[in-house]
Design a protein around this ligand. Structure first.
Ligand SMILES: [Zn+2]
Length: 285
């Protein structure tokens, strides 16, 4: 689930299918002008028109080109993937959910959608679960590498669709979230990704609220903390947090007080207390 800075080697037996295009032939990439994330207005001017749109709240988000690459069709994980999800729609549905939760609508003046232009899902035999990376030429083109061995290991088989969709949703958040110009703590990055997964009702059965440890342990631990903040400070809290990660480099001393009026240690302490009291009430019921 980590974000990696480099791409993996290309396997010569690659099978590629361009899902949103009528042709599987992908033209050679042309070097694109380098764009800075500090200046989103100029980005929108030079982006080409996009052929499809994601609608949310009656408006349309620019939708990326989506591709699927299966590097080993003989791997048992490939057959499981293809039978468990609709390959033509699973990515676009997940993109829609990520955009809806992090940006609400394209006309929302308070958030800025990153200029992600394409996402390629690469299924290959590798260790771990999945990771997301930008390509060297242009980081607006993302690759999600997803382990066929992991897909093959998902048990029981009835969990395949839910788990695959959950992992893809988590990785697609990495394609669309802001990271404070690379300075955001990894735990917060992973927490936002799992907060989106949580809000799509795609959490796996082993997730549970554990309030021990630090607020930025990442993944579901930080995701449940973010869910508490959203509950306490309102529905826009994580969207505002994400937007703030676009605007400035991250500094823990100022980030949280500016966003929510308190230090993150205070907020996390109140979350732990809230969960403890809730548990005691539950015990008496
Ligand atoms: Zn991740």
């Amino acid at each position: 689930m980590a974000i990696k800075a480099t791409t993996g080697p290309v396997d010569s037996s690659t099978v590629t299918a361009a899902l949103t295009s009528a042709t599987t032939a992908t033209p050679s990439p042309v070097p694109l002008p380098r764009r800075t994330r500090e200046n989103p207005e100029s980005e929108s001017e030079i982006l080409p028109p996009l052929d499809e749109a994601v609608t949310s709240g009656g408006h349309s988000f620019a939708k990326p080109k989506l591709r699927l690459e299966i590097r080993d069709l003989d791997h048992p994980g490939a057959a499981k993937f293809l039978s468990a999800v609709n390959s033509a729609t699973v990515l676009s549905t997940a993109v829609n959910n990520v955009l809806r939760l992090l940006y609400r609508s394209p006309s929302d003046k308070h958030t800025t959608v990153p200029p992600t232009r394409s996402v390629t899902l690469i299924l290959r035999d590798m260790g771990g679960v999945a990771y997301t990376t930008g390509i060297d030429l242009d980081s607006d083109h993302k690759e999600i590498h997803f382990s066929l061995s992991y897909i093959n290991s998902i048990s029981p088989p009835s969990r395949l669709t839910h788990e695959i969709t959950g992992v893809l949703t988590h990785e697609l958040v990495h394609c669309y979230q802001w990271d404070a110009h690379g300075s955001c703590p990894g735990g917060l990055i992973e927490g936002v990704a799992d907060w989106v997964r949580l809000n799509c009702d795609l959490s796996p059965p082993h997730w549970k609220k554990e309030t021990g440890g630090d607020w930025d342990r990442g993944y579901q631990h930080t995701a449940y903390f973010l869910a508490y903040l959203e509950h306490r400070f309102g529905k826009d809290t994580v969207r505002r947090l994400n937007e703030k990660l676009r605007q400035h480099r991250y500094a823990v001393e100022t980030f949280w007080p500016e966003l929510l009026g308190q230090s993150v240690e205070e907020l996390y302490g109140e979350y732990v207390e809230y969960e403890k009291n809730k548990g005691e009430v539950d015990d008496h019921e």
